[in-house]
Design a protein around this ligand. Sequence first.
Ligand code: IMP
Length: 178
Amino acid sequence: MSTIQIHGKKFKLSITREQIDEAVKNVAREINRDYKGKRPLLLGVLNGCFMFATDLMKHLDIECEVSFVKLSSYQGTTTTGTIREVIGLAESIAGRDIIIIEDIVDTGLTMQRMVETLGTREPASVAIASLFVKPARLMVPVEVKYSAFTIPDRFIVGYGLDYNGLGRNFPDIYDAIE
Ligand code: IMP
């Protein structure tokens, strides 16, 4: 399928599942190297991270734990700028090495908020692993330590990312056609 349609909007294939797989393995290799001998807590940001978190975990060979939080700042294809925490973090993260697992860093507001929130709970360290980063859209300084793809300012769907709730199930990534 080289083009798909979601809510009447057209998208074209841009990144294949094989390319994603390779890039996720590379991120896992870096994390395996950097966290050897540690026991990081991977903190996935739902809903978008679920495929990335799943595949990434399978390639980690260090001791690690996983938990999820849910935040939301998006409606349609433009950010609303408002961030709501829907599901909070239950466990203590004091003294832990945290790796936030995110699908895509766009304006950076979500990750800025996450890092600020986690910082008040005295973790040993906080790093961000994001499948995608759109540098042209960044509004705030956010350090993404691990990223699989740097992409231009385009709206994408697939591999966990949605357009108004749909499209998360596609194993490949599709770009919106203007
Ligand atoms: P930020 O706070 O602007 O960085 O937004 C991050 C969140 O917006 C991501 O976790 C996604 O849920 C959503 N988002 C940003 N860009 C896209 C996109 O191109 N496709 C789907 N969701 C996106």
